[in-house]
Design a protein around this ligand. Structure first.
Ligand code: PMP
Length: 366
């Protein structure tokens, strides 16, 4: 018997706004082909893994001590990786960009403040807002799921947000927002502009990044992650680049020692081996384009994506299609606009399994 299993959540004094809420997360189902969380499907090589193990072994010699609270060496490595003249003082890091965003909203959101985003977009944003007591406002993207400055500036004027959150390439649509659009937005608002570039390395022009605008805009924050292109989702490292004052604000709200010694160690080894960690990115980008072409060829609608995933449809019963794929051992994601499903790029055999399963499902919709 499980101790205290008889007490129900409804009997506990849960915060009222959390009543009825479900924990976020894509289903973690043990199936042969997982194409549902936009990861890089390639694990590190034995050589890099050996380096990670050796570095962890070294780090455990002082594991009785707290880790570097400000993760200075890691932040310096991240700055070097990003380039654009950034230094450790411009970088903040945390356990995934999820936590980075929680720090940003913890510092700059809160009661009476609002964050504005453009839907459809990443489904965690409302949760960051809820957890930090920040108001959450959404405005729909254009019909093709892109954004232009007029739409964003109009939404800002209507809603007067304190923070504006733009995702490029956007999840789940894969659509991008050009730097010149971000620039025009920054030129015309006093709100903090957060650009979530979690998938930037997969974009057709990865250097066309809002990072280039940082020297001009003190209220611009660019968020990145090691979870996607960098093939380190299990390591849990996200980071932002911004003015040092933004970093100072994040340091106020973070928990002390939030980034474990193991996390900092693994991330630094990954960054030291960046060429190898990122070696598959070009192939994944290309595979994503081929996958989109294939989906169109079999008669489906595909939102043009510049990431490692794409949305396709339109199905009258997308859940039935999702389930039929799962029954064939292929897990994708039921998310995005009505009737669409999202698939991310895996290895060639995984993609072959996806195409084969989807072909069966389309041939025999049951
Ligand atoms: N931003 C976007 C747009 C995402 O899709 C994701 C992950 N799905 C994240 C942030 C969070 O990634 P992580 O916390 O692993 O860095």
């Amino acid at each position: 018997p499980v101790p205290n299993a008889q007490i129900a959540l409804s009997e506990l004094p849960l915060r009222p706004e959390l009543v009825g809420e479900e924990p976020y997360g894509a289903p973690q189902i043990d199936v042969p082909v997982c194409l549902n969380t936009n990861e890089n499907p390639y694990p590190p090589s034995p050589r890099v893994r050996a380096q990670m193990s050796a570095a962890i072994d070294k780090a455990t010699r002082s594991i009785n001590r707290y880790p570097d609270r400000d993760a200075v060496d890691l932040r310096a490595d991240l700055a070097k990786y990003l380039g654009f003249g950034l230094t450790a003082d411009n970088i903040w890091a945390a356990n995934g960009s999820n936590e980075v965003m929680t720090h940003v909203l913890g510092a700059f959101g809160g009661p009476g403040r609002t964050v504005l985003t453009f839907t459809p977009t990443y489904s965690m944003y409302p949760e960051y807002a809820r957890n930090t007591h920040t108001g959450f406002v959404t405005v729909p993207r254009k019909a093709d799921y892109t954004l232009d400055a007029a739409l964003v500036l109009d939404a800002i004027e209507q809603n007067r947000p304190d923070l504006v959150l733009i995702t490029t390439p956007n999840n789940p649509t894969g659509t991008t927002t050009a730097v010149k659009v971000i620039e025009e937005i920054c030129e015309n608002t006093r709100a903090l502009v957060i650009v979530d570039e979690a998938y930037q390395e997969f974009a057709e022009f990865p250097d066309d990044s809002a990072l280039a605008l940082l020297p001009r805009f003190g209220r611009l924050i660019v968020s990145r992650t090691m979870s996607k292109a960098f093939a380190l989702a299990g390591g849990r490292v996200g980071y932002l680049a911004a003015a040092p004052a933004v970093v100072a604000a994040c340091r106020i709200v973070r928990l002390p020692y939030h980034l474990s010694a193991q996390t900092q160690t693994i991330a630094r080894v990954a960054l030291a081996n960046r060429a190898e960690m990122l070696a598959q990115v070009a192939a994944l980008r290309e595979a994503c384009q081929h996958l989109q072409e294939w989906l169109r060829r079999v008669g489906l609608q595909v939102i043009p994506s510049q990431s490692n995933f794409c949305l396709f449809g339109r199905f009258t019963d997308r859940h039935a299609v999702w389930q039929a794929l799962l029954d064939r051992g292929v897990l994708i994601r039921e998310t995005g606009p009505d009737g669409f499903l999202r698939v991310c790029v895996g290895t060639p055999p995984e993609l072959a399994a996806f195409r084969e399963a989807l072909t069966c499902v389309l041939d025999d919709p049951g």
